[in-house]
Design a protein around this ligand. Structure first.
Ligand code: EZ4
Ligand code: CO
Length: 402
């Protein structure tokens, strides 16, 4: 089989997605997600200018060799733009191979290790009462694991809390929005949220929380200790993780499990975190971390250190990434949990898919390949619109981590 063509489909059905479609001489095509929230066209240009010309004529079954060609062959390595572009090619090739062999991708990764993929979704509220109601609603939908975020008193526009009447979606069309942050107010408030949730909801539901890179290690240590009585499933991204050894300070002080890495793009971003057992869950996703090929190596390395996967799965990751993550989570042994936010109905219409949710678990379906398609006619009706993630400032105006 030979790759005959590859093209990009850039569409904005409620939010922006960049999709790579690789075509072959046997009529089989594969899809890969190349979406990097707020920097979409950088990846699109990397692919169209620099990667697609190198793919034509290659055998799409040579997934490892093509991966190495794009990674080592570029000379310039790593980074979210490069690794998202490589991921798009890689995922499209796994899709092609599954379709050509008439089997779902999870079978190419070792077969089923479990019947369903445990997922968590997002609950939020302007205050503790609303957050509690929101967690309850998701539990009624069947979720066994829920991430909870609530507005911090005295801090306008807290992370994870939507504007009134809107679904939570951080990317906004136009220029970057501005939000505020106060570590002091947050640290005083967050334990109260989980004290209430745990006492109202009982011991069984898995509760998660995203700190979204806002604390220093010693502040995160204080939070982790304060949350211990409410036994969270995890505390996510407690602080920026460029300084991997910084997590030692958190680890020395608390048994609250730690998940990090949604902004990582290669195993090297997590190397010390994993081998020093400083985290419990690795969040680097298939789309931003070099595709299925590199995620498999990362997960296998993590497995040796008791680290499980907990991949990022917000709405800026397209249904193609969701499907890839579900095949992956079905197959690997050290799967932990998968994030799941519902895409809008329009996004789902542009990307018809076979995956489904039931009683807290998702399954990828048994269609050959990934089991996701793209309706190109519909996609063309929703052209790309520039959008950015917000920025955050401390109460005195200092720019801080969003
Ligand atoms: O801010 O996906 O855990 N989920 C998150 C998300 C991220 C966005 C960034 O594009 O932290 O809400
Ligand atoms: Co997060």
């Amino acid at each position: 089989m030979k790759i005959t063509a590859a093209k990009l489909i850039i569409t904005s059905p409620d939010r922006n997605f960049v999709t790579l479609k690789i075509e072959t001489d046997e009529g089989i095509y594969g899809l890969g997600d190349a979406t990097l929230n707020g920097r979409e066209l950088a990846v699109a240009s990397y692919l169209s200018e620099h990667v697609i010309p190198c793919l034509i004529g290659r055998d799409p079954f040579d997934i490892e060799d093509i991966w190495q060609y794009l990674y080592r062959g570029a000379y310039w390595r790593r980074g979210p733009v490069t690794m998202s572009a490589i991921a798009a090619v890689d995922v499209a090739l796994w899709d092609i191979k599954g379709k050509a062999l008439n089997t779902p991708v999870y079978n190419l990764l070792g077969g089923r290790s479990r019947q369903g993929v445990l997922v968590y979704t997002h609950a939020n509220g302007a205050d503790i009462e609303q957050a509690l109601d929101s967690v309850r609603e998701h539990m009624e939908e069947g979720y066994l694991a829920v991430r909870a975020q609530a507005g911090v008193p005295g801090v306008a526009s807290s992370y994870g809390v939507p504007k009134p009447g809107k679904a939570y979606e951080p990317a906004e069309r136009g220029l970057p929005g501005e939000s505020l942050w106060s570590t002091e107010r947050y640290l005083n408030f967050a334990p109260k949220l989980f004290e209430r949730l745990r006492s109202e909801l009982g011991p069984d539901v898995h509760l998660l929380h995203d700190v979204h890179h806002r604390l220093t290690p010693i502040e995160a240590a204080r939070l982790g200790k304060a949350l211990e009585p409410y036994h969270l499933f995890w505390m996510e991204d407690p602080c920026p993780a460029e300084l991997q050894e910084g997590f030692e300070l958190i680890r020395k002080h608390t048994t609250t499990p730690i998940a990090t890495g949604e902004v990582f793009n290669s195993v090297w971003d997590a190397h010390d975190l994993i081998r020093n057992q400083l985290i419990d869950y690795i969040r680097m996703t298939i789309v931003h971390g070099g595709g299925i090929t590199h995620a498999k190596k990362t997960a296998d390395f993590a497995a040796m250190y008791h680290v499980r996967t907990g991949f990022h799965g917000a709405t800026d990751l397209s249904p193609i990434t969701m499907a890839a993550a579900l095949h992956f989570g079905t197959a690997i042994h050290n799967f932990g949990i998968q994030e799941h936010m519902h895409h809008t109905a329009l996004t789902d219409e542009v990307f018809p898919h076979h995956y489904s949710f039931e009683n807290g678990y998702m399954t990828p379906g048994d269609a050959p390949g990934l089991g996701v398609d793209i309706d190109e006619v519909l996609a063309a009706k929703y052209p790309y619109q520039r959008a950015y993630l917000p920025i955050a400032r401390k109460l005195d105006g200092t720019l801080t981590d969003w």
